[in-house]
Structure formats: structure tokens, C-alpha cells
Design a protein around this ligand. Structure first.
Ligand code: G1P
Length: 294
């Protein structure tokens, strides 16, 4: 048994406008765009559930209520399906124990750090997880998901953990970047963090890949966090201020990551997951081969 407080809550910042996917996201939240037949947000929520997390906290904004509807009971749909003898199992992953889906609003887009801070009253005084749904982390066959790997590491070392991956050095300016210390297996000490540094000033090519386990003190740090990169209140800046006072490690995920915040990453994820599906993989492969040959 681990002596560290368990991770029971996960925060999902989903207030973003999704402008990169317009016009698709004019009336539909980006997080509900499907990868094959599940909305993007479902993958992140499933990943959290697999890691033993019970409460899902969505930081939403205007025009985002459909995300909450997705995790509710769809009475008319379910009744009609039942009457027609259809299998309701397809809806299982969108069901939750009453009270375990919680929403707070971020009224003004002021950055990721501000979005997380909006959840402070719900998070309370316990360590919690954050999952950015844009970053799709897919487990290897038979392996565990990114958050489950992080919780396993947390049970050993406690403190704060972020997931990292290596990108070509010229791409680091779009991300939070770590200054790595000593490594042992998948774990690396974090000596510093910088949000969206110019390429020449980046301390490494290891970027924060959208999964965090943080101690509640980060909320107090965010309280006094000024604006950073892009004029926004950055989570990375608040975490950087905690280094030295609290344990801080990064975990390199064993699995695959798709950047679903970009259109090409989204299409790549769709193709990769469709190709792996038992019910359609072979057909998609022959379609893809035909299209490439044309
Ligand atoms: C956010 C974080 C950044 C992280 C990235 C991962 O940036 O601020 O540190 O590397 O997510 O996708 P954003 O994509 O919101 O600009």
C-alpha cells in the first residue's frame, strides 16, 4: 500500500474555443468531435477512470454544455433503444455514478493556469490529476494508459508528476519544456520548467504532454500567478515556482501520443485507431491502400 494520499479527482480544462477546427466547432465543442465513434473527451475520461480516478471535474465555458450532456442519462434515446431491443452497452462508458461529474465555469479565457484555479473549491485539499483532452495518449496493446502509469509512479515517489515526451528540438516553442535532472527508468527529476521558450533558450526537448498529478498547493500558487507566455496565466509558471519546495518528477509514457489539437494529428489518430479496430481495421486498410494508389 502506498502511503501517499490517493488521486481521486481529475480536472479536464474544456473551456477552449477550438478555433483551429472551425467551422466544425462553431456549434459543437471540439472535445465532442469523434475519433472513429467516441468523442475525444471520452478517451481522456476513460484514461482517468482506468487509473482509479472517481470524480471528473470539467472546467467549461459558454457553448460547452453538450460535454456534460454526453455524460448524462439520455432518457428518450435509451427508452427508444430499449423498445427496439437495441444493446445499450455502447453507452456504458458515458455513464457515471450520480455526483461524480462536476462542472465549474471559466467565464473568461485567461489561460490554462487560470482554468485549473477555477476548480480549486472542488479539488479541495488533496492531490489531483489534470488531463488535457487534446493530447490523446493511447496505451500499447496489453499495456496501461498514461494516467495509470503516472499513478503507479506517484504511489512510489509522491509529490508532483508531469508526463513528458521528446519532440524535435525545433518544435519546443509550442510547449512547456522541462529542465531534466537525474533519471531512473521512466522517472526523471524536474529541475525547472519553462512555458513556450524560444528554441535557442529551451533547456531540453522534453515537453509536457498534457498529463499532471499535482499537490493542492498549486492552487495557492496560481492565486498569485501573474501572466506569462502569450499574456496568459500559465500552469507551467505556477509549477515552476513549486520546484524546490516539493518533489517534482516527470514520467515518460510508454505508449503513443496523438496531438489532437492539430488537424493532422486528429486525422492521424482517427486513421491509427480505425486501422486497429477488429470490426473495421481490414476494410480501412484496403480503403487506405486504394486511395494511396489512385
Ligand atoms: C499546454 C501547456 C503546455 C503543454 C501543452 C501540451 O499548452 O501550457 O505546457 O506542453 O499544453 O499540449 P497549450 O497547448 O494549451 O498552448
Amino acid at each position: 500500500m502506498s502511503t501517499h494520499k490517493p488521486i481521486r479527482k481529475a480536472v479536464f480544462p474544456v473551456a477552449g474555443l477550438g478555433t483551429r477546427f472551425l467551422p466544425a466547432t462553431k456549434a459543437i465543442p471540439k472535445e465532442l468531435l469523434p475519433i472513429v465513434d467516441r468523442p475525444l473527451i471520452q478517451y481522456a475520461v476513460d484514461e482517468a477512470r482506468e487509473a482509479g480516478i472517481e470524480q471528473m471535474i470539467f472546467v467549461t465555458g459558454r457553448g460547452k454544455t453538450a460535454i456534460v450532456e454526453h455524460f448524462d442519462v439520455a432518457y428518450e434515446l435509451e427508452t427508444t433503444m430499449e423498445e427496439r431491443g437495441k444493446d445499450l452497452g455502447v453507452l456504458d462508458s458515458s455513464r457515471f455514478t450520480p455526483g461524480d461529474i462536476i462542472t465549474v465555469r471559466q467565464q473568461v479565457p485567461m489561460g490554462l493556469g487560470h482554468a485549473i484555479w477555477c476548480a480549486r473549491a472542488i479539488v479541495g485539499d488533496e492531490p489531483f490529476a489534470i488531463l488535457l483532452p487534446d493530447e490523446m495518449m493511447v496505451a500499447h496493446k496489453g499495456g496501461t494508459g498514461c494516467m495509470a502509469q503516472m499513478v503507479e509512479a506517484y504511489n512510489e515517489v509522491g509529490g508532483n508528476l508531469i508526463s513528458v515526451l521528446e519532440v524535435p528540438h525545433e518544435n519546443v516553442a509550442s510547449y512547456g519544456v522541462i529542465d531534466p535532472g537525474e533519471s531512473s527508468g521512466a522517472l526523471t527529476e524536474v529541475n525547472g520548467l519553462v512555458e513556450k521558450p524560444p528554441v535557442a533558450e529551451a533547456p531540453s526537448n522534453k515537453i509536457i504532454s498534457g498529463r499532471y498529478i499535482l499537490q493542492p498547493e498549486v492552487m495557492r500558487t496560481l492565486e498569485t500567478q501573474g501572466k506569462g507566455a502569450g499574456g496568459e496565466i500559465q500552469l507551467t509558471d505556477a509549477m515552476a515556482r513549486m520546484i524546490g519546495n516539493q518533489a517534482f518528477h516527470s514520467v515518460t509514457f510508454e505508449g503513443r501520443r496523438f496531438d489532437c489539437g492539430s488537424k493532422t494529428g486528429f486525422v492521424e489518430a482517427t486513421l491509427a485507431l480505425a486501422l486497429e479496430r477488429d470490426d473495421m481495421g481490414a476494410e480501412i486498410r484496403s480503403i487506405a491502400e486504394r486511395l494511396l494508389a489512385e
